[in-house]
Ligand binder design. Structure first.
Ligand SMILES: [Ca+2]
Ligand SMILES: [Ca+2]
Length: 663
């Protein structure tokens, strides 16, 4: 039976899908793959189709792996995996954010057909939709998902156990997934308590460890039958928390930047979280080896959406780790997570299968996440539903001769997200950033940073793209909830009963505060007389405290000797003035190191002698502008600021901006 099935499959593929299918023949190819539904996989071992492990790290960006040249982050295991298998340079997300791309990945449908197109967190798949897991389950696969689902909250039509997963353990809702210490996780819509957790940023049970444990157990328990292990794991997505004793820290113990107190803890945690993921990848590979499953298991490692320029500062305008900047050439991808420029879409994508995928390959095949479904169904000998927009990349993975047909390419790729629309035709990208904006057109082979708009020079290309976009978009039809009570409870579980840090007044995430008052002595009339110390090693100079720019920071010395309290600044106001008070702005990045605690202010007519302080003020831990108002106006030209303590009780002082207020 099996032999006949194989022969039939080969015949049908050869008959229906000749090399180099044109756009109009796409339908014929679908018929061919559809006919495979009765077939068996001829890619696994004799007695069973191959196991599939698909690891997708949330937010891990294209240039955040060490084999891509990242100077800070260490990923030795993923680097080795890439060498042992194939690495893709033009793998793209199907959407630039979590929820829609998870929907697209699972259903094989692009954004014009997807049921989840918003990133609210709980929008569900419809009950009539088919997923990778459901199709593989029909072929006898054990199906397990571990991590963040994001394609339907509890009590909706989109829950994973109604979409082919025997088990899904982790987070259903994306807000829930922000905490690594939630009071509970979800298994098949039921709550699984996590010991000692109340939500927020600390607790006893690190959720990701529980999720990885369950995934590894799933592989072990299903070692004697084909399995699909889907691992949409949440690290390094924030909140950026990782236990201090995680083995990942070992990789960084000698790195000067990790010891630099002026670099925020979240930045260091992010790197360690990526290395934790790297360790997890090796755990999976080690387990497959131990179970003697390596040669019948294909393992994928990828990111979910394009990189976000997080942890930006003046020295790192595209983010501390440069997720969208090639560290070898400096060439940048435009944009990032959330938009349809290349920065929002380019993802790492690696596959390894000893003996089946030739080692050391780098492929520039252009494809996107909707192609995963048809790839896995072809691999498993499962049906590919007719409504699927993706194309199998199996020939690229295993070789056209092995698969029995050539690698097909998309006549075009399509995206929409909120007001944005984009179309890709080979090296050409058309993008309309908002409905009323003009289309832009870029030749990515010459212009990977999307800087030179060729729309006016290539009207025919753009006309064709607009047509593709028009024919691709259908109105969205999401699934439904029977009740949102448990879904809302999951969203609340992010903070649980933990104290949610008060949002500093007037500061939205990512917003930079400024001292804006009209009677501030203008920054260009103020000069630094002296400072007790400054850290030159990383350019955190004392003059940055009074330059009027909230992005530049003064930090006291820590490299080449640690300077301790009291720290002081003496400022020349240019002439005798009547001073009412001072405004202090703590650093606006994610760090708190050096934020002023107890501070005194003295005013004098001489830079060398100061009377007793006119005011002693203890500042709070906030990014907002803080006032230190004198009891009554004081005359003088020079201001001395003495910092006696830091908000966290550490040894340093730092300031993003200090403004002197005149009467
Ligand atoms: Ca994401
Ligand atoms: Ca500054």
């Amino acid at each position: 039976m099996k032999t006949i099935g194989r022969l039939l499959t080969c015949f049908m593929i050869l008959a229906c899908a000749p090399v180099g299918l044109a756009a109009t023949e796409h339908g014929a190819d679908k018929a061919a793959t559809h006919l495979q539904s009765t077939s068996v996989s001829h890619f696994g071992s004799d007695d069973r189709p191959p196991n599939i492990v698909f690891i997708m790290s949330d937010e891990l960006a294209y240039y955040e792996l060490s084999h891509m040249g990242n100077p800070h982050i260490r990923t030795p295991n993923i680097d080795r995996m890439a060498k042992q298998g194939i690495r893709y340079t033009h793998a793209l997300a199907a959407a630039p954010v979590c929820a829609p791309l998870r929907c697209a990945l699972m259903t094989g449908k692009h954004m014009g057909h997807a049921s989840v197109r918003a990133n609210g967190g709980g929008t569900p798949l419809r009950s009539d939709e088919t997923t990778i897991a459901a199709l593989l389950k029909q072929k006898g696969y054990a199906t397990g998902g571990f991590g963040k689902w994001g394609a339907g909250g509890r009590d909706s039509t989109g829950v994973p156990e109604k979409h082919g997963f025997d088990v899904f353990f982790g987070y259903y809702d994306q807000v829930h997934a922000h905490s690594f210490y939630p009071p509970y996780l979800i298994r098949n819509s039921e709550e699984v308590k996590l010991d000692g957790n109340i939500g927020g940023r600390s607790g006893k049970t690190y959720s990701h460890y529980a999720i990885m444990d369950e995934a590894l157990r799933f592989i072990r328990e299903n070692k004697d039958r084909p399995f699909f292990c889907y691992l949409p794991i949440t690290p390094p997505h924030g909140m950026y928390d990782i236990p201090a004793d995680d083995p990942a820290w070992q990789l960084y113990k000698n790195d000067p930047w990790v010891k630099d107190p002026s670099i925020a803890d979240d930045v260091k945690n992010y790197a360690a979280m990526v290395s934790m993921v790297d360790h997890n990848v090796q755990q999976v590979l080690d387990l497959l080896k131990e179970l003697d499953l390596e040669e019948n298991t294909i393992v994928f490692f990828t990111g979910d959406n394009g990189g976000q320029d997080r942890f930006r500062d003046p020295q790192h305008p595209r983010g501390f780790f440069g997720p969208n900047v090639d560290p070898k050439t400096g060439v940048e991808f435009r944009g990032g997570k959330g938009n349809l420029y290349e920065g929002g879409l380019r993802i790492p994508f690696i596959a390894r299968w000893p003996g089946k995928i030739k080692a050391g390959q780098v492929s520039d095949l252009l494809f996107y996440q909707i192609d995963v479904l048809p790839t896995l169904t072809e691999l498993a000998g499962a049906e590919t539903p007719a409504e699927v927009d993706g194309l199998s990349i199996l020939p690229s993975l295993l070789g056209a001769d092995v698969v029995g047909h050539a690698q097909q390419e998309h006549p075009f790729l399509y995206w929409e997200f909120g007001p944005q629309t984009a179309v890709r035709v080979k090296n050409w990208k058309g993008i309309r950033p908002k409905p009323k904006a003009d289309w832009e057109l870029y030749d990515l082979s010459q212009d990977p940073s999307e800087q030179h708009n060729l729309a006016s020079q290539q009207p025919d290309m753009l006309k064709q793209m607009k047509k593709f976009a028009e024919q691709s978009h259908q109105p969205v039809r999401p699934g439904t909830f029977t009740t949102e009570v448990r879904h809302q409870r999951d969203r609340q579980a992010k903070w649980g009963t933990a104290k949610q840090p008060a949002k500093p007044a007037g500061r939205k995430p990512g917003k930079t505060n400024r001292i804006k008052e009209k009677n501030r002595v203008p920054a260009d009339q103020v000069k630094l007389v002296r400072a007790s110390s400054e850290n030159r090693g990383n350019g955190r100079l004392a003059r940055h405290a009074i330059d009027g720019d909230p992005q530049t920071v003064w930090h006291t010395q820590f490299s080449g000797g640690l300077a301790k309290h009291p720290h002081s600044l003496v400022i020349d106001l240019g002439r005798q003035r009547t001073i009412e008070g001072v405004r202090y702005l703590a650093r606006q990045d994610n760090g708190w190191n050096g934020a002023f605690g107890k501070t005194t202010f003295s005013v004098s007519s001489s830079p060398d002698q100061f009377p007793a302080p006119v005011l002693t003020k203890t500042f709070e831990k906030t990014r907002g502008v803080q006032s230190a108002n004198f009891d009554r106006p004081v005359q003088g030209r020079y201001l001395q600021i003495e910092v006696l303590s830091e908000v966290n009780g550490e040894a340093w002082a730092s300031a993003a901006d200090i403004g002197v207020i005149e009467k």
